[in-house]
Design a protein around this ligand. Structure first.
Ligand code: PHE
Length: 345
């Protein structure tokens, strides 16, 4: 019996040592130490032993059990440790691997142009103002000296929401709103960028939605030469010091006199080409001295106050500056187009 126990001990320890997994080890534990195991079997035969032999054999059986249990325990720790190590090895992060590139966006070309123009005017003491895109007929037309039935309203076919409410056709209503807010007291120096809407059919140079930047200065003794000087600074900063400007007489109901500003064509140096339609000049914006009626309607005394206003299209300016040939590129947002403007940031 003693021998059998020793044999079982050696056998169990051997098997435990060879166990390759925790599962296998557990099977060994159950097989040798379990109730149906060979040691229990041996102990069952103790009844046949003498009273002296019994305690000796009992002690030995316990020793054998203990030895096997200790071995299994040690092996279990070893296998568990190995398992952790294997898992760690599997999950090792190679910090020398190159990272996955993160796609970085860039500002939209129009945003860039608008911010550039804003910065330029802020540098000259202007503030940035805003107004609603869904506008009242009153601010979009009437307060700008365009009463109902005025023929100049035809120039801007509009998206009406009701009789009295429409999508603004220009940023000029912000002029009227700003003056009204100042309650007849100057001075005012604002620029106002924003979206405007017209019922145009979209093509290379027209879009039913586009941007404008409005400028308004109101004060005492503001002269046409102030307007010209301001626009000249703007044009040279925006397009280059070598550019000339010229003012042509024009008409807007809310300015008198009214002008349109052209800059000299850079492509041909003024000799005439496709870009300037053979004229040597490119039209950039509309401007003029604020009409006395507009001042008066907004609560300003036109005898004391006067001012100038201008309005330009950032798309057109961006198209000229970057050589973009179709206004629709700004709104179809092809990433290949937009990406080209990342370089300058
Ligand atoms: N609002 C005019 C337009 O949309 C532009 C403009 C603004 C002209 C201010 C003169 C003064 O065409």
């Amino acid at each position: 019996m003693q021998e059998r126990l020793k044999e079982l001990q050696a056998e169990a320890i051997q098997k435990a040592a060879e166990a390759a997994s925790l599962k296998e080890l557990n099977d060994i534990r159950v097989a040798y130490l379990g109730k149906k195991g060979p040691i229990t079997e041996v102990l069952r035969g103790m009844g046949k032993l003498s009273a002296e032999e019994r305690p000796v054999m009992g002690a030995l059986a316990n020793e054998v059990r203990e030895a096997i249990a200790v071995k299994i325990e040690a092996k279990q720790t070893e296998l568990e440790e190995a398992e952790v190590q294997a898992k760690l090895a599997l999950e090792t992060i190679d910090v020398t691997l190159p990272g996955r590139p993160v796609k970085v966006g860039n500002h939209h070309p129009l945003t860039k142009i608008i911010e550039e123009i804003e910065d330029l005017f802020i540098g000259m003491g202007y503030e940035v103002a805003e107004g609603p895109e869904v506008e009242q007929d009153y601010y979009n037309f009437e307060a700008l000296n365009l009463p109902k039935g005025h023929p100049a309203r035809d120039m801007q076919d509009s998206f009406y929401i009701t009789e009295e409410i429409l999508l603004r056709t220009h940023t000029s209503p912000v002029q009227a709103r700003t003056m009204e807010k100042h309650q007849g007291k100057g001075p005012i120096k604002i620029i106002c960028p924003g979206k405007v809407y017209r019922r145009d059919n979209d093509d290379a140079t027209h879009s039913h939605q586009f941007m404008q930047i409005e400028g308004l200065v109101v004060g005492e003794n503001i002269r046409m030469s102030d307007l010209k000087g301001t626009l000249e600074v703007f044009a040279k900063k925006m397009f280059g010091e070598d550019r000339e400007i010229r003012l042509r007489p024009s008409f807007f109901p809310f300015t008198e006199p009214s002008v349109e500003m052209d800059i000299s064509c850079k492509m041909c140096g003024g000799h005439g080409c496709n870009v300037c339609k053979q004229t040597g000049w490119i039209e950039i914006l509309g401007a003029g001295m604020v009409h006395p009626n507009v001042l008066e309607m907004a609560g300003y005394d036109p005898k004391k106050y006067n001012g100038f206003a201008f309005g330009m299209g950032p798309e057109r300016i961006a198209m000229l500056k970057y050589g973009i040939d179709d206004i629709r590129h700004f709104y179809t947002n092809d990433v290949r187009f937009l990406k080209q403007f990342a370089i300058e940031e």
